[in-house]
Design a binder for this molecule. Structure first.
Ligand code: LFR
Length: 464
């Protein structure tokens, strides 16, 4: 994505798009990270001459490097089964409550901490001298320089959200060698310049600076929420839905842990207080199983299906792995004594109702747990294209939804680079620029908040 930024100007154009297809090998689910890097180079070539480059990506996953800086094997996908049952073993050393108090990170089987525990006795980890999170790995290949970007580092569950530094105690007790990690760097920090070989391959003229951005995609997306003021919640929609608040300080209470809210770090030391919800992954996997039918048509049919007939728990880690998603959703409805959706339209409606319900519950619980007022819910990311999902989310939240921008992560990435180069002001200034320049749609709640509350209570009772 190429951004153009100036006074009253914020434009994004797509230079190149490439698929990110995980590969299932005998040893498990892996990322094709060389394919991704090749896609990045193609993108730079298509972009042409630029003033700065910044990389963001998904969280928690990493590549290991040997003493020569060469990649040791293909990075493991966070949906791989290797972390099954690992958390319990970690908790035997550091109880879950202590881990939460120290790191503020919600339980997810794939947190880097559990991945490292799963890898403990592997040859690869023993041979590794360096661990780079995926965006830091791509940045390293572009520049030859290594760093660990802080917003993404927070998702390892090895960072203390109060000090915004490593949680030395947790690492020590769990035998994690923090020396594996390159020094921390923060959004806005310089990250080097494109290597001569990269310039040659892409046809760019040097020097081209690479700028550290909020390299966790969700942190970049939150930075691009076009909110005015502080009384807002956000939902970053895409493969995942990340629903919550931007706070100045973490919430580390027992109630917050029980509700599985996370305190990831955001731009400028903010806290992204949010919950992971399975997101459009549920629909993407169904659509894949149905042989990729026309999505517009499917959503029109789903809009005609009666609301809230059956709902599933869109926070359930049981939906994490790929495969057989329509059957798994139908089974979840059957097992909880609800009508079983069978046609693609019915299953799609069930997924969207379930997601909206999970959005509504997350926003309500975040407000309560953080004691933070909310007047409006900003929906950003891929889900903004899904008008039915946005409307249902407004209904379930009982609050107006402002939807847009769709490419929030890319805009947040570009804005942080622009700020580092002196083109935009502070965070509030970035948000004002977004609100002025981006196309946004507003959805008013259609009354029936009680029906959504009742559906939530029924689901809670059935899945208890
Ligand atoms: C979204 C995201 C989420 C993270 C998940 C796994 O793309 O980065 O924030 O929980 O992917 O890394």
């Amino acid at each position: 994505m190429v951004g153009r930024v100036g006074p009253g100007l914020l434009e994004l154009t797509e230079a190149h798009r490439f698929p990110n297809r995980p590969v299932r090998l005998a040893e498990g689910l892996r990322w094709d990270v060389l394919g991704l890097y090749a896609g990045v180079l193609d993108g730079l070539r298509a972009a042409g001459q630029v003033d700065s480059v910044g990389i963001d990506g998904w969280a928690v996953d990493y590549g290991l490097l040997d003493a020569d800086g060469a990649l040791l094997g293909n990075p493991v996908h966070y949906r791989d089964a290797r972390t099954e049952g690992v958390a319990e073993k970690v908790w035997a050393t550091v109880p879950a409550a202590e881990l939460y108090a120290a790191t503020g990170i919600q339980y997810a089987p794939f947190n880097t901490l559990y991945q490292l525990a799963a890898a403990r006795s592997t040859v690869q980890l023993a041979a590794a001298e360096r661990l780079l999170l995926v965006p830091d790995l791509l940045t390293y290949w572009l520049t030859g320089e290594q760093g660990t970007e802080l917003t993404n580092a927070s998702t390892t569950q090895l960072v203390d959200p109060r000090t915004r530094d490593w949680s030395y105690g947790v690492a020590d007790r769990l035998g994690v060698d923090l020396g594996l990690f390159a020094p921390l760097r923060r959004p806005g920090d310089p990250a080097g310049v494109l290597r001569p070989e990269v310039l040659e391959e892409t046809g760019l003229r040097g020097p081209v600076p690479v700028t550290t951005v909020a390299s966790h995609d969700t942190a970049s997306a939150v930075a691009a929420v076009p909110a005015v003021g502080e009384r807002f919640a956000y939902i970053c929609t895409g493969t995942w839905s990340l629903a919550g608040l931007e706070l100045d300080a973490p919430v580390l209470t027992g109630a917050s842990r029980a509700a599985n809210f996370t305190n990831e770090l955001g731009l400028d030391g903010t806290v992204r207080y949010l919950r992971n919800i399975m997101g459009l992954w549920l629909l993407q996997e169904c659509v894949r199983a149905w042989g990729d039918p026309d999505l517009g048509e499917l959503l029109r049919e789903a809009a005609e299906v009666p609301a809230l007939r059956s709902v599933v728990d869109a926070g359930d880690a049981g939906f994490l792995a790929p495969g057989r998603m329509p059957e798994r959703i139908a089974a979840a409805c059957r097992d909880s004594g609800q009508p079983v959706p069978s046609t693609p339209a019915e299953i799609t409606r069930c997924v969207l109702d379930s997601l909206a319900l999970a959005h509504g519950r997350a926003v309500a619980e975040a407000r309560r747990l953080a004691d933070h007022p909310v007047d409006v819910v900003h929906v950003v990311g891929g889900g903004t294209r899904n008008a039915l999902l946005c409307q249902l989310t407004a209904d379930a939240c009982g609050l107006p939804v402002v939807a847009g921008p769709t490419e929030a992560a890319a805009l947040g990435n570009v804005l942080v680079q622009a700020r580092a180069h002196g083109l935009v002001g502070d965070r509030a200034g970035m948000r004002r620029l977004l609100a002025r320049t981006q196309r946004l749609s507003r959805y008013e709640p259609r009354g029936d908040a009680a029906a959504w509350r009742a559906a939530g209570a029924r689901l809670a009772a059935r899945t208890a």
